[in-house]
Write a protein that binds this ligand. Sequence first.
Ligand code: SIN
Length: 524
Amino acid sequence: MNHVNEDISADLLVIGSGAAGAACALRAARAGLHVIMLANAADPLESNSDYAQGGIVARPVGDTPEELAADIVSAGDGLCSPEAVGLLAESIPAVVESFLIGELGVQFSRDTEGELDFTQEAAHGRRRIAHANDATGHAIITRLLDAVIAEPTVKLATRETAVDLITTPHHAVRPAAVYQPIECWGAYALDQTTGRVKRYFAPRTALATGGLGQLYLHTTNPWVARGDGLAMAHRAGAEIINAEYVQFHPTAFYHRDAERFLISESVRGEGAVLRTRNGREFMSDYHPDGGLAPRDVVARAIHEEMLKHGAEYVLLDLSSLSIDPKVRFPTIYDKLLEFGVDITQQPIPVVPAAHYFCGGVKVDTWGRTSIRRLYAAGEVNCTGVHGANRLASTSLPEAILWGQRAGDDAARYRGDEPPPPAEEIAVWRDEGLTEEIDPLLIIQDWMMIKSTMWNYAGIVRNAKRMQRAVADLHYLEHRVEQFYRETKLADSLIGLRNGIAAALIIADAAQRNPESRGCHYRQD
Ligand code: SIN
């Protein structure tokens, strides 16, 4: 029953603690800004970055920015921004060698000569993926977060869920503010411990909330990937592009009692073969590159084989690997053994699963969105690098690079105009909200979002399915909005409201685009 007025100020507010948020906070803090970084999980490691297995593109001897750019553009199916791709391709040595290895001391796997060990992934013209066995994201994000936490001017606040961006004129008390352009001045955030909503004020805010795989029945993403940032930016009026392009990873571990778990593409890169349950290799029927065809092609082929045979999964056969899978893929080995699958002895049951959001909040090469003072970095943004389908192992360097650039840009405006006086911004009002959340309602609504998105706005789409998706999601949105207005705020309710909003953004974009391209595939 609070009329909350707890206000906190910083030079930069970063929402999210994955690679993009951490890179942004680090750069801004080292340039002298006071930074607050919010994480809705108790453990700031809980992000898609931590789950990334395969690796990060690097620059082996003989490789060139032009070759990498050509592979990115080819996987992106003609929809990439040449400027963004060029920037990323040119910046790889600065990100991987100078920053990750030189500055942070990230330990990548090395060969017997002590040189970086490069692995292969689909649609790459050469072996150029640096990795830390099969836990590359973890190796990177732990060092990055350590560096951020060591900065005296960064405050990390965990179990704080951003509810909405503070934007004027939307949250201005003064009615005449409506004539001003939209500007972002921070965010309202729920302190999960006290149940109170705080106002975080900052002249610059960076959204780094990650992706949205949780909108789908099967996903490789952790629970925090529920489209929070996309929904908040949308409510604030930010421009969003390419939202129909959701990438499905071809191989997630299938087991009735297990959450889907990523089986890195580098397993196929090292020679594993996809087979039907009766042992037939099928990818050569679909693409000349077989199992190393672009992800969208492989995911659709698996989907088709499963439908054709009424199978719940296909098999990934590791028997022809020339390396010991237990040594090269220890994370996968340990995880699957928990469920009785020994990858040194038997094939892995796999299914496609929602993996990466290629669209997002539109940004320029400095991470600036269409809203003044608001940046977006990492999976929540759309830089144009990924086009209609992302090339494997390009998202970590993109997140780090755009995070750094957003941090640099924010630092350039140090001493900029401060946020409006607190009394000119609406306080959070939740007087009279006493109804506690019924968790069953949340579970049921999420099941509806997940099955609607999986069946109607998933790997294979058509007009009828998407019409249904949009209609069903609109109905649910209306119900959830009512629930949100009547119930005491909690992280789960904020997530549900954002999940339905993000699902609608995707379904709507998919319905409007009649053309199959990359991971937006229309049967009709
Ligand atoms: C993988 O290891 O297959 C995931 C790599 C990526 O999505 O970039």
